[in-house]
Structure formats: C-alpha cells, structure tokens
Design a protein around this ligand. Sequence first.
Ligand SMILES: [Zn+2]
Length: 423
Amino acid sequence: MKRKMFYLALFSLLLLSATRGWAQKSGDDLPRRAADLHNKILTVDTHIDWPSHQLRSPDFVPRERHEPGKMGSGQWDLPRMKEGGLDAAFMSIFTSQGARTDSGHAQAKAHALKLIELTKKMVADNPDLAEMALTPEEAYRIEKAGKRAIFMGMENGYPLGKDLANVKMFYDLGVRYITMTHTRNNELGDSSTDDKKEWNGLSPLGEQVVKEMNRLGILVDISHVSDDLFWDVIAMTKAPVIASHSSARALCDHARNMNDEMLKAVKKNGGVVQVCLLGSYIKKMPPNPERDEAMKPLQGKIRAARRGELSDEEADKVWAAYQAIDAKFPANRPTVQDAADHIDHMAKIMGIDHIGIGSDFDGGGGLIGIDDVSEMPNLTKELLKRGYSENDIRKIWGGNLMRVFSEVIKVSGQIQANGVSSH
Ligand SMILES: [Zn+2]
C-alpha cells in the first residue's frame, strides 16, 4: 500500500469508522416510500467537500463507484450520488484560514481558483452524468434530464482578501454562496471558533461584501461566523440568508451551531438553516477510554506515517493495527436519528419552511446510518417514520433552499434595477 493511500485510508476510517448500515425495521415499506419520494422531489445538499478530497487524492475518479468505508473512497462520487437519490450538491470551494497578508490572500485566491477549476473539469469530464448549475431553474431542469446538478459554494471569505472586486470575480466563475468566515477571524469579520473578538461581528469590508453579495445574487452563508457577525448580517442583509451547514445549539452546545434566538431570526429573515451531519455538531458522545488507551501506542507511528517516515510495509502494519483496534473498540458516534432530532427541534422553533441539509461529507460529516451520499434515503426514512409529510420532506430536502435562492436572485434583480450602488 502506498503511503498516500495510508493517509486516505486513515482519513476515511476516521470519518467513516466502523459501524455502517442503519438497521431498519423489516417488513415496513419505508425504503420504498423513501425511494419513491427521492424520485419525485429535488434533493439538495449544500455542503460537500469533494473538491478538497480530489485535491488530496488526484487518482480519485468521480464517475467510478467507490465502495463506502473503504480506503480513499471518500463520501461522494457520481454513482453513489445517484444511488442516494441526491439531485444537486454545492461543492465546497474551501480554503483554510492562513496568514492575513498580501501573499496569504494571493495564495488563498489561487487555491480557491484551483478548486473551481477541478469542479468544472469534473463536470466537463462527465457530461452524461452531471451539469453545472447557477440557478434553481437550472437545477430543476438538470434533475428532470436525469443528471446531477453541481453548484459551487465558497467556504471562507479569506480568498477575497481585502479586495471587494473579488466577490464579482468569484460570482462570474459560478460561486453562488460565500461563507463569510471559517475557523478563524478574517478580513470580513469574526469566526465562531476564534479565541478573540476582533471586529465584534462584521468588519467594514464585511459589510461591503454582504451588500455586494445582495447586489449580485450570492447567498450569504452564516455558518462558521460568530454570533455577533450573524446578528450584524441579519440587521443589514436585503435578502434571506442561509446557514450552509449548522445544527441546533439547544441539542448540542457548540459554537458552530445556532441557538433558538438565531433560528427564530432566520425564520423572520425568510432564510434556511441546513442541518450539518457532522458528529460533534449533532451530539456530545461519552468518552471512550478503552479505545483511546488501545490507540495510544499507535499514535507515534501514525504521526510518523503521516510525515512519510515509514516504509510502505511499515505503514501497512500500522494500518492493520489501527483497523484491529477500531473493530474491537468502535468510536462512539451519533446516528441519523440524532440528526433527525435536530430537524424536530428546528421545526418546533422555526417551522418546516426554514430547514435543509448540508452534510459536510468529505469534510468531517457522516453519522451512523448516513455515512456517505448513498445513504441519504436513511434520513428520509427516519423523517417518514416520525410522521413528516411528503411535502415537509420535499421542503427539507431542497424546496426551502431553492425558495431562498430564488428570493436572493429576485432581490438582486431589484437592487440592480434600482441602480443601488454597492460601494
Ligand atoms: Zn465547515
């Protein structure tokens, strides 16, 4: 096994871990009802990190089916997307936060451009299976044609640097949402997970960027931002907002999640919160000391393998040892039912019209029962089981997001017709 494959394997394993396959009641007709529903409705996932996965694994072939849970399989490919009844996905043009210098910003921009190029190439290479989409209408048309609609959303405003003109540049390249920040503060404002308040919300440039996004028709994504930044956006945006991948803080107290006041504000704003299927945003799990203890002797070797210091043979041994421990002491992980609890809570607080799904697959997402894109119908089954109507589920799986997207485009048209300057 090549070293590169070892990292991929390890990465997949950490993401996917041991337990797959959500055991469901035999004899019921939920699988058929879920499959029928997925055939009927437009389903959208607003956050898949496949572009970053592709960059890490240049040999990955998106049109081939990769066996879930296996080394380097990732959590998305075109066949599994079809299998999971997922019609549309926002591929994440993700840039991790680096130095806030001119060269840092230039590098971030180059990185984002590279991921955009990769995404467009993937679609161009697979014209029989997928098409790029820029509007809700295009997604509905592509879905009817039996293909997958691929959108692009940019995670982290860092590649914009200090230049407002970059917003239009990325819009022209097809980016349709921008997540204002990632894990640290940037030029646009404060992150939910930075230790210090720098801007107390949006920076002056961040305000200009929100105005420009409203003008152009880019969805303003408030996932990852500080609470102050969220409230600043809510106060000034002319169009509804999205949280591309965030869950409910009332059920899982994490800065990345949204408290009930924020959820109510999104309802009032007309926006949508896309529940994130990432374990630590879904449920705090009990510690697993036996697993930690068993893994301990392996840590040094894993680090050495990561640094490329082991031979392929040694790396294979470390991998085998890791698998053995993982089988004996599986990681504690939340389930698809736990994710449905977040949907229940949001429905109670906001109503059904403001909820969607943003998996974060290939970026840390994945729960027991919904561990890759092929398992999307398991969430639908759970919602059916809980009594959600087909129309509710249509809204959750994409109807709400598309309504918000259409509204954002409409507002943009009005702003441009009124000649309101963004500067
Ligand atoms: Zn994220």
